[in-house]
Design a protein around this ligand. Structure first.
Ligand code: DGY
Length: 363
């Protein structure tokens, strides 16, 4: 059988590359004669830079120290390609795992803007920015402020950083905003969520950043206030990515929003790999209905169906009904017996899952 192993990262426990290797090890233990090709994926969130780096060995890797989402310094990597395109990943500078403790109201994206500034200073003429896995719900205002935007209250005072402060926003001043690079800014987004409302950034992703229901309401109101002054299209699919960073960068900096999963899949050669495959083995930390809204596994299900390739899924957890387009699914937590056991040795359980799925798809 010709097998493509194309997982997303298992956030916090295995990179996409580590997951692909472990799944393939298990598969080959059960079916040693198969032709197995590894195509680790990403969707704009964590792992995006690695996916680009693997696909573009000519990229120069740089790092810069910037304020993280809670203000503590972080060292954030980014890539400079020979054509002077810079590739940035928000999760590296402003991601949820960088927080010492959750702060859904105060966490911010200032660090992302500082990385963008460093890339522009280094001569980048075009930016590609992976958005997802953020700690904040600040509409990208932190990033824009690092680039010179001023946000003030009705007394003309600068607002503090963070999403909640936007509830007191009275005016936006772009006088000192650094212009976007001539080649433009492309945002690779990990979700199709709009900025606000029940399917928006605060309602859907606020709770995973620690927001309680009243805080979700406050953040949603704050984002609406920002959108009321910044214009643009808060309903554009993906505007809600990374706590609304996609919206902010699109509305204020003229950035373009594109689906991260399909764009990265194209870049790393997934369509060609699928065309020559019988089975694709994918996976992610949690497989649930949000997986089907622009994430790696959902978009891979669509591509595999179009290519007539069977799909097997290994996920840390499988929640809710498994779609009919999936031939077999395995939960690492069920395999290991508990969340702690699964997280304690992800390589072992991914390998076991690979072997189990090879057995199930043999019939
Ligand atoms: O960062 C976030 O808010 C989620 O990954 C959705 O983009």
């Amino acid at each position: 059988m010709r097998v493509v192993v194309a997982p997303d990262s298992f956030k916090g426990s295995a990179t996409a590359d580590e997951a692909a290797r472990a799944l393939a090890r298990g598969w080959l233990a059960r079916r040693p004669g198969d032709d197995v090709r590894l195509v680790p994926l990403a969707d704009g969130g964590e792992g995006t830079l690695d996916a680009f780096a693997a696909a573009r060995p000519d990229a120069e890797r740089r790092t810069v120290t910037v304020p993280g989402p809670d203000g503590r310094p972080v060292s954030a990597a980014w890539l400079l390609l020979p054509d002077r395109t810079a590739v940035l990943e928000l999760a590296r500078s402003s991601g949820l795992p960088l927080m010492a403790s959750p702060d859904p109201l105060g966490a911010h994206t200032y660090g992302l803007g500082a990385v963008a500034r460093a890339a522009l200073d280094a001569g980048a003429t075009r930016l590609v920015v992976g958005l997802g896995g953020s700690a904040s719900t600040d509409g990208g205002t932190g990033a824009l402020r690092a680039l010179g935007l001023r946000l003030h209250d009705d007394l003309g005072r600068d607002l503090p950083l963070g999403g909640a402060a936007l509830a007191g926003l009275a005016g936006i001043d772009t006088t000192d905003l650094r212009p976007a690079p001539p080649g433009g800014v492309r945002l690779l987004v990990d979700v199709t969520a709009p900025l606000t409302g029940p399917a928006g950034a605060a309602a859907v992703f606020g709770p995973q950043k620690g927001a309680q229901p009243a805080e979700v309401t406050l953040l949603d109101t704050a984002l609406r206030r920002f959108a009321g002054l910044a214009g643009g299209d808060p309903d554009e699919p993906g505007a809600g990515a990374a706590g609304g960073t996609a919206y902010g960068l699109a509305a204020v900096w003229g950035a373009t929003i594109v689906p991260g999963a399909t764009t990265i899949a194209g870049l790393v050669g997934l369509p060609g790999a699928l065309a020559a495959a019988d089975v694709v083995l994918t996976g992610e930390g949690r497989f649930d209905e949000t997986s089907l809204t622009g994430k790696v596994v959902g978009s891979l299900l669509d591509s595999a169906a179009a290519a007539g390739v069977r799909v097997a899924v290994a996920a840390g957890q499988v929640a809710g009904p498994v779609p009919g387009s999936v031939s077999a699914a395995v939960s690492l937590v069920e395999l290991a017996g508990s969340v702690d056991a699964a997280l304690g040795d992800p390589g072992r359980w991914l390998t076991e899952a690979g072997a189990l799925l090879a057995g199930r798809l043999s019939t």
